[in-house]
Design a protein around this ligand. Sequence first.
Ligand code: NAP
Length: 303
Amino acid sequence: MNERTVTVFGGTGFLGRRAVRHLRKREFSVRVASRHPDRGHGLFGLDDPQLHSVKANIHDERSVANALAGAYGVVNAVSLYVEHGQETFHSVHVESAQRVAAQARRAGVERLAHVSGIGSDAASPSLYIRKRGEGELAVRAAFADAILIRPAVMFGPDDSFLTTILNLLGRLPVYPMFGRGLTKLQPAYVEDVGEAIARALQRTETRAITFECGGPRVYSYEKFLRAVAHEANLKPTLIPVPFAAWHGLAWISEMLPSPPVTRNQVELMQVDNVSSPDLPGFGELGILPNSVEELLREMLWDH
Ligand SMILES: NC(=O)c1ccc[n+]([C@@H]2O[C@H](COP(=O)([O-])OP(=O)(O)OC[C@H]3O[C@@H](n4cnc5c(N)ncnc54)[C@H](OP(=O)(O)O)[C@@H]3O)[C@@H](O)[C@H]2O)c1
């Protein structure tokens, strides 16, 4: 029995809830920290004595300190995809990421896994990508041996990536591609990334390390669309749409309550999203990653 507690900020999110489940399978006790703990109760139930949902806001020092009290490890899987009011890429991905790391150090937390993304770069012209890069540096400055987890774009049955593509491929007479569809992608299964987080926290080695979690195949965006269409038995007409047009569309779409496309998504689609061969990834953690095709076969045909 493992008595060590891991606090997962963002533990109710798309990735965070997987990290929570994989940590529990490895017998860590888990504190699920988010602004809406009721969602945690709904997701995980109330009958696991080793799993607690707590209310926490990473913008608030005291709330972060309370969520970390007595913890062995911490995972920061908080996201922000569209800026609004005080919630900016800087406040969430740099300031609050630094706050979690500094408070963790102060509280004597031994292991910190900070979730960022492949391509994070403090020198990028894209505000989002730059803030993710600055966030990684701020986390390492506050917690030198932090584990950085950089997932590629993730897919899962409840995602907003693959399911949107699948829906649109089935409905639209022509499918508008990002640019000419040449950007390289290496989509990772969200369960594999959740497992990677759990295994990274369990490692006995404590030096600073960055894991880039990319799936088993690299596709051009066009090839990816064709692979998804093939599994769904669809024959779409794909048309190139310039990135400038996507930026305009995303700017307008961000005014909607649930924007179908955001500017940071468009910016991310302008640069290849592929894991570096020089950095450790799923292989070093002993994980054989699942492919999009495998999940699609399960989703589309096995039911
Ligand atoms: N999804 C992808 O394909 C992808 C790819 C690469 C990297 N990533 C990175 O992976 C991480 C997780 O992304 P995701 O897609 O799983 O995010 P998500 O589904 O949007 O979940 C975000 C989580 O953070 C919590 N949260 C948001 N603001 C908070 C705050 N101020 N204080 C405490 N909790 C807060 C949310 O719960 P409440 O709203 O209840 O607080 C929720 O649990 C992010 O760093 C993201 O950039 C994602």
